[in-house]
Ligand binder design. Structure first.
Ligand code: ATP
Length: 351
């Protein structure tokens, strides 16, 4: 099998089987894989329904089986539960939590759309710096020498954070995430800021673990609907992983239908681009702007038209390929509901 993402031979380390090469006329060729041995920053893009989540699942399946790799899938829509059906070693964490202290103190004002310089934002920052738990932060606010309006507003924010159910002193840490094979963090019940806080905590914990020690497994953070996280409090941690993650060994695979909404660094730092069909001009241009010179011809003209087809741009081998992504081995949960299927289901039940 030819392996993208590395120049060494196919047997040089773990590989994810991505699918098969696909010629312009649609005919399929030899098997093609993606390197799992070294850290990578990969971007999976495509408009809705053309296979981003499916492709993320394909990579997660093989990463779950690979020795020395610990995939962590951030699942904002609850689509990846099938990974734990038994075919690959994986576990689902429903409504995952992190300790409040996993989110750095300077991120707390932004969690509530506060600036660090407004009195409420400053008080939240200070409370997070002084306390490790939400209860401790509330106690700090209660004791603070501030006007009643400021104290009340800060307490209300912390009460709201408590209602998200994402902060728990016994929440996920790097040791837990790196101990099992694959972890799916089902964030479908978390509101956006809570999911963003979770990703900030998880990304930072994995990065710090790799900087501070030498874990038995290298973490791969696979992020669906990544544009939402690059737009929230998770952004600084994701940018740290993108720009500095490779040396300590942290990989990021970001999947999005809106590459145009990602910061430039998310596109420019990616060494592997898997592009499914895209039609929005802003999204194609965001990729085209960062497309390497070895991609001859317009990217738009090479994007496939059917689900599962992709153009893969590989920095390691400085090459561009048409690929048909393989089918999932575990059930994929991303298909849109169909009224016709409901009608048939109802018919089968005699209704
Ligand atoms: N490589 C593939 N082989 C076979 N079927 C595929 C492949 N890729 C995607 N599909 C099918 O296409 C449909 C859409 O795929 P998927 O859910 O991954 O799209 P998406 O781009 O992630 O959409 P969304 O943004 O809505 O999550 C699914 O039913 C999936 O099973």
């Amino acid at each position: 099998m030819n392996v993208l993402g590395r120049t060494e031979p196919a047997d040089a380390g773990p590989v994810a089987t991505l699918g098969t090469y696909r010629a312009a006329d649609g005919s399929e060729g030899a098997a093609v894989g993606v390197d799992l041995d070294r850290p990578h920053s990969a971007l999976v893009v495509g408009k809705r329904g053309y296979g981003k989540s499916h492709t993320l699942g394909v990579l997660a399946e093989d990463a779950a089986r690979a020795a020395g790799v610990a995939p962590v899938v951030v699942d904002p829509m609850g689509e990846f539960g099938g990974l734990a059906d038994g075919a690959v070693p994986a576990r689902i964490v429903d409504a995952p939590t992190v300790p409040a202290a996993a989110v750095p103190a300077d991120a707390w004002p932004a969690l509530f759309d506060r600036s660090a310089t407004d009195p409420v934002g400053a008080l939240l920052w200070e409370a997070a710096r002084e306390a490790e738990t939400l209860d401790g932060m509330v106690a700090h606010v209660d004791d603070a020498d501030v006007g009643t309006g400021v104290g009340r507003a800060a307490r209300n924010h912390l009460r709201l954070a408590d209602s998200w159910g994402v902060f728990d002193p016994d929440g996920l840490d790097a040791e837990t995430l790196l101990s099992g094979a694959a972890t799916v963090l089902d964030c479908s019940t978390h509101p956006d800021p809570a999911a963003s806080a979770l990703v900030r905590g998880v990304a930072l914990a994995l990065y710090d673990a790799c900087v501070e020690r030498r874990p038995d497994r290298l973490p791969w953070l696979l992020l669906d609907e990544a544009h939402a996280f690059f737009d929230g409090v998770a952004a600084p941690a994701l940018e740290t992983v993108l720009t500095r993650g490779r040396t300590p060994g942290v990989s990021l695979v970001a999947a999005t239908q809106r590459p145009g909404a990602l910061p430039g660094v998310a596109v420019s730092q990616s060494d592997l681009l898997i592009a499914h069909r895209l039609t929005a001009v802003a999204d194609v241009e965001a990729l085209a702007g960062a497309t390497p010179t070895y991609l001859t011809g317009r990217l738009r003209d090479r994007l496939p038209a059917d689900p599962g087809g992709a153009v893969v741009v590989d920095d390691a081998t400085e090459s561009v390929h048409g690929v048909q992504v393989r089918r999932r081995e575990t059930p994929h949960g991303g298909a849109d509901p169909r009224a016709s299927a409901r009608r048939h289901d109802a018919g089968a039940q005699g209704r």
